[in-house]
Design a protein around this ligand. Structure first.
Ligand code: ZN
Length: 540
C-alpha cells in the first residue's frame, strides 16, 4: 500500500482566492510533512498542455495519458497569470471541469506512488470535489476582500483596481467561493497564522479515527485507544447489555396506563423521521400519548406545522410548549457568552479562547449539578434546558414517561460495585426527593432499531422525507441556532460540532460510519449570526 505515513489522505490540495497565500502554505507543509511532494498545477498540467496546444488529443483520457507520460519534463518558465487562466478555461471546456484534478491524481498514481502529494495552483469547484471524493484533503484559504487584492496587486504589480477585477473574474469562472463548502478545512489567512494553519492540516493528516465510529484524535476531547477504538466505543463494546434493555422494556410497559389524567405518556416530535416513527410505535404499544414540540424560539417555524400535521395524521393530541420559562440565569449567561464568542473576528486568540471554553464547559456539564459556569456547546446547552422542561411538563400533567426518538442511549452510568458501565435507554429524573420521578425514554435505542427499521415504519405510514432534507442530518437542519454556529464552530474547532452525537449513532449501529461522514460533510448556509438568532428568540 502506498501513502504509508499518512493513512488518512493521499495528499492535500490547497485552494483559495488569488492572493490568499496558497503557495506559501503548500511550501511550509512540504517542509513539515514526511515524504511530501509539492506539485504546482500549472507546471505539471497547464504548461505542458500549452506546449502541445495545436495537437492536443480529442479525448480526455488520452490527454491525461499524455500529460502523465511527459511528467517531469520541462516546458518553459512561468506563464503570465492571464494566459494560465485562459488556458485553464480552455482545457475545462475542451475536456471536463475536473480535468486538472484527474490529470494530477493520475500522475500521482503512476509516477509518485509513494509520495504524499501537496498541490497548489489549482482552481475550480469541480476539481475540489474530485480531489475530495478521491481521498485528498481539501483546504480552502480566504481573506477579507481588500486584504487579498492588496497582496495580489503587490505580487503581480497590478493596480488595485485590476487586482479587484482579477479576483472577480476568478470567482466567476472558477466558483472559488463554492470550494469552501466542500473543503475539509477553511481558514481566513488574515486572522490565522501560517503556523496554526499548518498545525491544523497536520492534525487532520495524522488524525487517527476510531475503527468503529467517527470520533477521532482531531477532537481534543476524544481519545483513540490502542485497540483502535475511541473511549466510547471501547466502553460500549465491553459493557453494552441486552439484559439491561430487557429490564427497561418491562419498566416502560409498566408505565402504561399510569397517567392520572387522559394521557400516560408524552412523546416529543418534530415531524422528522425519528420522532414520527416513535410516535407511531408508542401508539401501537397501547399508550395514550400526548405529542408535544418544545419551542425555544430558535427552531424554524415549519417544524411546528409539520409536527402538528404528523400528530393529527396519527390521531394524537398535540401541544406546543414554550420552554423559555425553564431558562435559568446561568443558561442566559451561556447564550450571551456563545453570542459573544461567535461575534468575534477570526484570530489565533479567538481559536484558543473558543477551544478553552469548549473544553472547560465539558467538565461542568451535568444536568443535575448546579453549575455556575456558562457553557458554549450549542446543542448541549439547549439540551440542558429541554431536559428540565421534560421534567416540569410531565410533572405538571401527572405523566411519568417522556418518550423521544433519540437513536442512542439515554444514560451512561457506572455501577458502584462491579465498576461496569451501564448503557440505559431510560433515564430516571428525580431532582426533588419529595416529587415523583419522570422517565425519559429513548425508544429507538430501547428497541435497538436501526435506520432500516425506522424507514420500514415510515414506509408503512406513507411518510415522505420533508423536501430538501437528507435522511441523516446534523442538528443544523432543524435548529437555527445550530445552523448559525455550525460552519464557524467547525472552523474554530477543526471538526464538526455534531460529530460526537452522530458518532454515537454509529457506535450503537443505528447508522453506518459512511452515513455519518456524509451528514457531517454537509454545511448549511445561515443568513443570520448566532447573536441575531438568539436575540430574535429573546433568549439574550
Ligand atoms: Zn468510536
Amino acid at each position: 500500500m502506498p501513502y504509508k505515513q499518512n493513512q488518512n489522505y493521499k495528499g492535500v490540495v490547497v485552494f483559495g482566492a488569488p492572493g490568499t497565500g496558497k503557495t506559501t502554505i503548500a511550501k511550509v507543509l512540504l517542509a513539515e510533512i514526511k515524504n511530501g511532494k509539492y506539485v504546482e498545477a500549472s507546471d505539471v498540467v497547464i504548461n505542458p498542455a500549452m506546449f502541445f496546444k495545436s495537437k492536443l488529443p480529442l479525448k480526455e483520457v488520452e490527454f491525461i495519458a499524455l500529460i502523465t507520460r511527459i511528467y517531469g519534463k520541462s516546458f518553459g518558465g512561468k506563464i503570465p497569470r492571464e494566459d494560465a487562466r485562459n488556458f485553464f478555461t480552455y482545457l475545462k471546456n475542451k475536456y471536463s471541469s475536473a480535468v486538472i484534478a484527474k490529470a494530477l491524481t493520475r500522475i500521482h498514481n503512476k509516477k509518485l506512488r509513494n509520495k504524499f502529494l501537496i498541490v497548489a495552483g489549482i482552481r475550480g469547484y469541480k476539481n475540489s470535489v474530485y480531489f475530495k471524493n478521491n481521498g485528498y484533503l481539501v483546504i480552502y484559504l480566504k481573506t477579507p476582500d481588500g486584504h487579498s487584492t492588496n497582496r495580489l496587486a503587490k505580487r503581480e504589480s497590478f493596480s488595485k483596481k485590476s487586482a479587484e477585477r482579477e479576483r472577480d473574474i476568478e470567482e466567476r469562472i472558477f466558483s472559488t467561493n463554492k470550494v469552501e463548502k466542500v473543503a475539509h478545512l477553511s481558514f481566513d489567512t488574515a486572522g490565522v497564522s501560517k503556523r496554526e494553519i499548518v498545525s491544523q492540516v497536520k492534525a487532520l493528516i495524522h488524525n487517527r479515527e476510531c475503527k468503529r465510529c467517527v470520533n477521532s484524535s482531531v477532537n481534543f476531547s476524544s481519545n483513540i485507544n490502542k485497540s483502535g477504538l475511541c473511549d466510547t466505543c471501547e466502553k460500549y463494546e465491553a459493557n453494552f447489555s441486552k439484559k439491561q434493555l430487557e429490564k427497561e422494556r418491562k419498566l416502560l410497559l409498566s408505565l402504561k396506563g399510569t397517567g392520572k389524567n387522559k394521557y400516560d405518556a408524552m412523546v416529543g416530535i418534530s415531524g422528522g423521521k425519528d420522532s414520527t416513527a416513535t410516535l407511531y410505535e408508542v401508539k401501537r404499544m397501547g399508550f395514550t400519548p400526548l405529542a408535544f414540540s418544545l419551542n425555544t424560539g430558535y427552531y424554524p417555524k415549519h417544524i411546528f406545522k409539520r409536527a402538528r400535521a404528523v400528530a393529527k395524521e396519527l390521531g394524537v393530541d398535540y401541544v406546543e410548549i414554550d420552554v423559555r420559562k425553564y431558562i435559568r440565569p446561568v443558561d442566559r449567561l451561556s447564550f450571551k457568552k456563545t453570542a459573544e464568542l461567535y461575534g468575534k473576528k477570526d484570530s489565533q486568540e479567538l481559536r484558543e479562547e473558543f477551544r478553552r471554553w469548549y473544553t472547560e464547559g465539558r467538565r461542568h456539564y451535568s444536568i443535575k449539578c448546579e453549575h455556575t459556569i456558562p457553557f458554549i456547546r450549542t446543542c448541549q446547552l439547549c439540551r440542558r434546558i429541554i431536559v428540565r422542561a421534560y421534567f416540569g411538563e410531565a410533572l405538571k400533567r401527572d405523566i411519568s414517561a417522556v418518550i423521544i426518538g433519540i437513536n442512542e442511549w439515554a444514560g451512561l452510568s457506572q455501577d458502584a460495585e462491579s465498576k461496569k458501565f451501564v448503557f440505559s435507554a431510560i433515564r430516571k429524573l428525580q431532582p426533588l426527593k419529595n416529587k415523583p420521578s419522570v422517565h425519559v425514554v429513548h425508544l429507538p435505542f430501547l428497541f435497538q432499531r436501526k435506520i432500516k427499521d425506522t424507514n420500514k415504519i415510515l414506509k408503512r405510514l406513507g411518510w415522505k422525507i420533508p423536501k430538501g432534507e437528507a435522511l441523516i442530518e446534523s442538528n443544523s437542519n432543524s435548529c437555527l441556532f445550530a445552523r448559525a454556529a455550525e460552519n464557524r464552530a467547525r472552523r474554530l474547532l477543526g471538526f464538526h460540532p455534531d460529530t460526537t452525537r452522530l458518532a454515537r449513532e454509529v457506535t450503537v449501529g443505528f447508522i453506518s460510519k459512511e452515513q455519518a461522514r456524509k451528514a457531517l460533510a454537509k454545511i448549511h448556509n445561515s443568513k443570520d449570526s448566532v447573536r441575531a438568532v438568539l436575540e430574535r428568540a429573546k433568549v439574550i
